[in-house]
Design a protein around this ligand. Structure first.
Ligand code: NAD
Length: 700
């Protein structure tokens, strides 16, 4: 982030004692990870690093010069050694003879695999020539906001000279590829004392003959830009100053909770989208400013930025001085349609005979004055990262427009990158999305045995999951464990009591802000109780009714409201019980409440069908392992009822079942998955018993 406060300098983190013990390739890795660990130096996945290293040729045993360069699609902050492509320098040099000129530069990418050293399977990226031909051993290519702000100013050449003198050169915008590699080589040879170049509208290249010197040069050059901006922008209002007031945090969230499901429903026709909300200070300053609309329309500049954010965001018509969310919601369909038509017109204006087909024309970034920024993408991590990239773009616009005028890329150039065949090939190579990718599920009782196993199952197939539970400690443990396994982007925890109407409404609002909406509700929070009817107190009866019947009603009602806002269907799965179908002695309150759940599911299946909302039931029985129900009184009461020790209960239930098998939380989760996924697209109002067979609970 481009910070203009004192103390915003990048620290030199190089530890020579450590680095001196490393091999040259390990030092490249060390340098890359250090650079990528600070997002002010380069954004996620942006930029690349390289080293030209002498290696032993496996074919001849002779020493040979090898280019180690970040491979296609990696991130320098988290890259490991196997993330680098390795190529023979001699062969890369030989490619110059094959180069037929600018009109044919894309074909050069096809030759790169022929230059592979040591059968390394990591694909070389299109940026490889930008490193290969610079006549220095080490090259860094970074996307620091402070430098892109220089690169995106209308007088960027002049600014570069003013800030860096002869140390850093300047090259006009050129799409990364073979030609740019040759330009960089020419510049470096003609300016042997230069330490790098600013590439217009793009970023920074720096080089040196040792890894340490290269790292220190990169840091020093970025720091100089940060310092220069500090001096130049001191006391100047960014973006023409504020024109609207920022709403308080709780109101911002409440508005996002209403807008996000509505937008999500309108842009999820071809694939489900997941949302992200960001109201950090940099965003609020921009969305409240006089120049926001004008600057946003100019589009992001750095190719890395607009590949993630689309060239321009959609500014939502909302006046924080007179908040009228209903009016904004009513205007959304037309605003989104205008954006889509704008993208289609841009595609038609710029397309070439060999351009790939138009992609999803919907906006990625939505700016809401006084409220913040909403981003949508095919999964949560991509939505979050797209937001981070737009914050980079905001920082760039702030810097460039304060010291000069900000300049986007010419439309044709931007199109050339966005619909570049090599970019398309990269997209085509991406793995097929998982079956629940882009889906959002809320699991009540998500910190319990069956709830946790269900969340894990849905996460494994790509869903985002909100765990809702009353048990705060178990909730935190479940969130940490599942987040570690599936990625923290995918899991959120909300503490709520399903019997508390306001808390349930709040929990669904939190879900809408966390992920943009909801597709799947698993109503599972529960308890078990046992008492003969004469000893069943009113409070025990009410407790069962409150949690099981009323709780299931409350969460279903809120899910239905969100489903109806989104208008893209919905899916409800109730975890009821064998006891909802089969009467059991000494458990009238529990059995009756479970029967109410099952009938509620049938009623909701009927009501939801016309809106493609499906409602189904899974009935577990005797799931002892992992269940908190089976650690308390219930277990003792059941053991006493059967006149056996608690240790013998699992075996008792196993041998009582028709299939003579124990039932585990994972077995219940599998049935939930079936109902929650498209595998059961044509089923609603149904029941699956997962009880290892029990004739009493056969459905009729
Ligand atoms: P569990 O106790 O491990 O999990 C239930 C979870 O619900 C707990 O984390 C608990 O904190 C939460 N919860 C309780 N009251 C809540 C409330 N008011 N608001 C929010 N959360 C609340 O039990 P489990 O075995 O995983 O049970 C899950 C569901 O399966 C329950 O509905 C239960 O009745 C049903 N079921 C379980 C079995 C079994 O043998 N385990 C059999 C039939 C039905």
């Amino acid at each position: 982030m481009l910070e203009t406060r004192t103390g915003s300098r990048l620290a030199n983190l190089w530890d020579e004692a450590r680095a001196s013990k490393m091999s040259e390739s390990e030092r490249l890795l060390y340098r890359s990870n250090l650079l990528g660990s600070d997002k002010r130096i380069t954004n996620y996945g942006g930029g690349n690093t390289s080293a030209k290293v002498m290696e032993k040729d496996p074919l001849t045993g002779e020493p040979v010069e090898v280019l180690w360069v970040k491979g296609s699609g990696g991130d320098v902050g988290t890259i490991k050694l196997d993330g680098f492509a390795t190529l023979y320098m001699e062969k890369l040099e030989a490619l110059k003879k094959l180069y037929r000129g600018l009109d044919h530069e894309d074909e050069m990418v096809g030759y790169l695999p022929h230059c592979t050293f040591n059968l390394n399977p990591r694909a070389a990226s299109i940026d490889t020539p930008l490193h290969a031909y610079v006549p220095k051993k080490h090259v860094d290519h970074m996307h620091p906001d402070a430098i892109i702000a220089v690169a995106a100013a209308s007088n960027s050449k002049e600014l570069t000279a003013r800030i860096f003198g002869d140390e850093i050169g300047w090259l006009p915008w050129k799409r990364p590829g073979f030609e740019l590699g040759l330009w960089l080589e020419k510049f470096a040879r003609e300016n042997p004392n230069a330490a790098g170049v600013v590439l217009e509208s793009h970023g920074l290249f720096t080089w040196a003959d040792s890894a340490k010197e290269c790292y220190e040069t990169t840091i020093r050059i970025i720091n100089r830009a940060i310092e220069w901006f500090e001096q130049e922008t001191r006391g100047k209002a960014a973006f023409g100053g504020a024109v609207v007031d920022t709403l308080p945090a709780a109101e911002r969230k409440a508005i996002a909770a209403q807008l996000m499901p509505a937008i999500r429903g309108m842009i999820s026709a071809s694939e489900r989208k997941v949302g992200h909300f960001d109201d950090q200070d940099a965003v609020l300053e921009f969305v409240g400013s006089r120049d926001m609309e004008k600057l946003a329309a100019l589009g992001t500049s750095c190719p890395d930025h607009f590949l993630r954010t689309k060239i321009s965001p959609l500014v939502i018509d909302f006046d924080p001085a007179k908040p009228d969310v209903e009016k904004t919601l009513a205007g959304l369909p037309a605003a989104l349609e205008t954006y889509r038509q704008g993208h289609a017109a841009y595609y038609e204006r710029c397309k070439q005979p060999d351009s790939p087909p138009m992609r999803d024309p919907n906006a990625v970034v939505y700016l809401v004055p006084g409220v913040g920024m909403i981003t949508f993408a095919k999964d949560k991590a991509t939505a979050r990262i797209s937001g981070e990239f737009y914050v980079n773009a905001i920082n760039v616009m702030r810097g460039a427009s304060t010291v000069s005028s900000y300049m986007g890329l010419p439309e044709k150039e931007a199109f050339g990158i966005e619909y570049w065949q090599l970019e398309e090939a990269k997209l085509q190579r991406l793995p097929k999305p998982k079956p629940l990718a882009g889906r959002v599920a809320l699991v009540t009782g998500g910190a319990g045995g069956i709830g946790r196993a269900t969340a894990a199952r849905l996460l494994a197939d790509g869903a985002c999951v909100v765990l809702a539970d009353i048990d705060e400690e178990a909730l935190a443990a479940a969130e940490a464990e599942l987040g570690k396994k599936s990625g923290s982007d995918f899991v959120r925890a909300v503490k709520l009591d399903v019997t508390d109407e306001a808390a349930v409404i709040g929990g669904f609002a939190e879900t809408a802000v966390a992920f943009g909406g909801i597709d799947i509700l698993v109503s599972n929070a529960g308890l078990a109780s046992s008492a003969p009817i004469e000893e069943t107190t009113l409070s025990l009866w009410n407790r069962n009714m409150d949690i099981l019947a009323t709780g299931y009603f409350l969460v279903s009602r809120e899910a239905f409201k969100l489903f109806r806002t989104q208008k893209i269907g919905g899916n409800v799965v109730f975890i009821a019980s064998k006891n909802g179908l089969a009467a059991s002695p000494n458990a009238a309150a529990y059995c009756t409440a479970k029967a109410a759940e099952i009938h509620l599911a049938r009623c909701l299946a009927l009501e939801g069908a016309e809106a493609q909302i499906r409602v189904n039931v899974v009935n577990p029985d005797a799931v002892l392992r992992g269940s908190k129900i089976w650690t308390g009184e219930w277990k003792e009461q059941r053991a006493a009822a059967y006149k056996m020790s608690t240790d013998d209960l699992e075996e008792h239930y196993r041998s009582r079942s028709m299939l003579k098998r124990s039932v585990f939380p994972e077995d219940i989760a599998e049935a939930v998955y079936f109902f929650a996924s498209e595998m059961s697209a044509k089923s609603t109002g149904n029941i699956i018993n997962v009880d290892a067979g029990n004739a009493q609970s056969f459905t009729r």
